[in-house]
Design a protein around this ligand. Structure first.
Ligand SMILES: Nc1ncnc2c1ncn2[C@@H]1O[C@H](COP(=O)(O)OP(=O)(O)OP(=O)(O)O)[C@@H](O)[C@H]1O
Length: 632
């Protein structure tokens, strides 16, 4: 991924919030009101302290104070008025109603209490709505990111998933999105809100004492320098730590998926050691990040403590020399302490927190940068129905990143309705050839066409709607039998599903189960036998009623009893369809219209079973080997 700047990465993250701009606007509006209400409360501290110091304020003071100059220590400050206090006085004189209002508001404890009480519901509602909508947008963005990743990944070609660890993808979608979510919390809670609080605090601080405020400004750059320097480190270690976490997720996923093998080979200790080893690496990297974060926050604490000490000394000096009143110092310290320093502290922390989250966001965004190399061409057409057949025109193919061709100069015509078997030694390229028909991959050289139209010019969706695939490793979802068969055609009725199940020889078995079609099959269909799984997959294909059938080793792992049931089901499925069968068991394909024999990526023989036996070539050799194996 390109090394993008901090701001553009934040912008990218925020762009996912676009659909929720209304909720964001409400949240920001409420933040402004909430901050203003808090600011007013803090501004009431000065008159309270000043009047307490002067002994002037009682619970029921009735004496009206001068409308504008409510400062009881005016005399003390007569000779030391700052340009700012002159400005304040002149401004307030111009808007004398503000002065009057303030005078009324601060006349007694009771009136101050009333003002605070009036502000309470404002603070309640603005606090509630800003929190609710900020979090609403945050969680909606997280869901939006996951949806977009899913939308982007699912259309990727098979090779994309083959070349990646599924644990890594899962980790990006879970752990990395969770870290990104933490970054969104920082963005919405702090980056948006804190500057408002900071500005409000600064306005108040300047209002109370411009000299002390100017001094406090020095602290800002001092706080941000370590944050920026350490932030980069945090991002780097954060990304490394997420990478190890994804390795960990992948290792767990593999162990759980292959738990039978792990147990049968008694590899528990090995696997445990491997997990501990990756866990150690993850911990080491995470601790480096934790170290950097701790250094940043303790450096900040140190700077604040030194700044506070300086502020107390300076504050004491300016009060003692009557440059400001104790009330102004009280107001200043509250504004600086509660609004400015808190905000600066949190902003500095947010910056490093954001860097950590951007490490996660980067890993998620990397997925968006992956372009699919199997796309519909702009002039792609919809394939309504198949009239002629499938034609391989001098096709060669090599897998991504490999030079050697696994299919070489394949020329093959498969007529509509023909049943073709592909046989040959292991690794000859049989499955690869079938995978090219369903366009899981595109040929490296040459072309494949249906009815004369290059597959690359047929909309993928319409191409796949004409095909049904039954493989040896049947995949069933951990859902009901009904839903698993329905996968073949989402709009099928229960009657059609039962009809397909009957044709696949699985209906009787399903009815014998206590929950019949509602039975949950377990992960990958573990609660069913191999033959039952195959027949469910065949029912799915029958329901789809596609005109091209691709059967890859569909019966090779079954015992004789299951094979017979599956073979009968397959015969029902095949009737009238263009069928390509990849088979190892030559006994099951003798009645096919044509048998294609492959060797090292090439077609070496073609013909019927009888003609190939007669030819005395590769097929006969394999057939004899097969027969001998069956009879020994
Ligand atoms: N996804 C892949 N990436 C890279 N190479 C692959 C991939 N799938 C298969 N191959 C290689 O391509 C060659 C052909 O494999 P293919 O699965 O098509 O053979 P096959 O004839 O179906 O074998 P078998 O009968 O053992 O299933 C093999 O050498 C295999 O190692």
């Amino acid at each position: 991924m390109k090394n993008t700047s901090f701001l553009s990465e934040c912008g990218k993250l925020l762009s996912f919030a676009k659909p929720y701009w209304r909720q964001m606007a409400i949240a920001i509006g409420c933040m402004v009101l909430y901050t203003a209400a808090n600011g007013i409360q803090i501004s009431l501290i000065k008159p309270v302290i000043d009047k307490l110091v002067s002994g002037e304020l009682t619970t029921a003071t009735t004496t009206a104070l001068p409308a504008i100059d409510i400062d009881p220590q005016t005399d003390l400050k007569k000779n030391t008025r700052s340009p700012l206090s002159e400005f304040k006085k002149n401004t307030l004189n111009k808007f004398s109603f503000i002065g009057k209002l303030r005078e009324r508001m601060t006349r007694s404890f009771t009136s101050i209490g009333i003002v605070i009480a009036i502000l309470a519901p404002v603070i309640f509602f603005t606090s509630y709505f800003q929190q609710y909508y900020r979090n609403f947008v945050r969680w909606a963005v997280v869901v939006n990111i996951r949806n977009k990743v899913c939308d982007h990944l699912l259309p990727q070609p098979l090779s994309f998933f083959e070349n990646r660890k599924s644990g890594d993808l899962l980790s990006r979608l879970t752990n990395d999105v969770a870290v990104t979510q933490a970054g969104l919390k920082v963005l919405f809670d702090e980056v948006l809100f804190l500057p408002m609080q900071l500005i409000c605090g600064l306005v108040l601080a300047f209002y109370f004492s411009w000299k002390l405020s100017l001094f406090s400004l020095i602290i800002f750059p001092v706080v941000f320098i370590p944050a920026v320097l350490i932030g980069k480190k945090i991002k780097r270690h954060g990304k490394g730590s997420l990478r190890h976490l994804s390795e960990l997720t992948d290792a767990f996923r593999e162990i759980f998926a292959g738990i039978r093998i792990v147990k049968s080979f008694r590899m528990e200790d090995e696997e445990r050691r491997e997990i501990h080893f990756i866990g150690e690496r993850f911990l080491r990297r995470t601790l480096k990040m934790v170290k950097a974060k701790s250094l940043n926050s303790s450096t900040n604490e140190f700077i604040y403590a030194v700044g506070l000490a300086a502020m107390v000394i300076l504050g004491g000096y300016v009060v003692m020399s009557h440059q400001i009143t104790p009330g102004e110092l009280g107001g200043f310290i509250t504004a600086i302490g509660f609004m400015v320093i808190t905000s600066v502290k949190k902003i500095a922390k947010s910056y490093t927190g954001l860097q950590e989250s951007l490490a996660g966001a980067n890993r998620v965004f990397e997925l968006f940068n992956i372009e699919s190399n199997i796309k519909d061409s702009p002039d792609a057409v919809t394939l309504e129905k198949i009239e002629e057949g499938i034609f391989f025109n001098n096709v060669s193919f090599s897998y991504e990143g490999k030079k050697e061709h696994v299919l070489k100069n394949i020329c093959l015509n498969i007529q509509k309705g023909e049943v073709i078997a592909i046989v040959g030694e292991s690794g000859a390229g049989k499955s690869t050839l079938v995978n090219l028909i369903s366009r899981f991959y595109d040929p490296t050289e040459g072309s494949i066409a249906i009815d004369g139209i290059d597959l690359r010019r047929i909309k993928r969706e319409s191409l796949l709607s004409h095909m049904a695939l039954v493989t040896q490793q049947t995949f069933l979802f951990n859902r009901s039998l009904y839903e698993n068969i329905l996968y073949g055609r989402r709009d099928a009725t229960m009657e059609e599903i039962q009809h397909a199940a009957k044709a696949a020889n699985i209906h009787e078995f399903i009815l014998s189960l206590p929950e019949t079609y509602d039975t949950i099959v377990g992960e990958m269909g573990v609660k069913l036998s191999g033959g039952q799984r195959q027949r469910i997959a065949i029912a799915r294909a029958i329901l789809k009623n596609a005109s091209i059938l691709l059967l890859d080793e569909a019966t090779s792992s079954l015992d004789y009893e299951s094979e017979k049931l599956v073979q009968d089901a397959l015969n029902n499925l095949i009737a009238g369809k263009t069928t390509i069968i990849v088979a190892h068991r030559l006994s099951t394909i003798q009645h096919c219209d044509r048998i294609i024999v492959m060797k090292q990526g090439q077609i070496v023989e073609t013909g019927s079973h009888a003609s190939l036996i007669h030819d005395d070539g590769e097929y006969k050799r394999v057939y004899q080997l097969h027969s001998n194996a069956l009879h020994t």
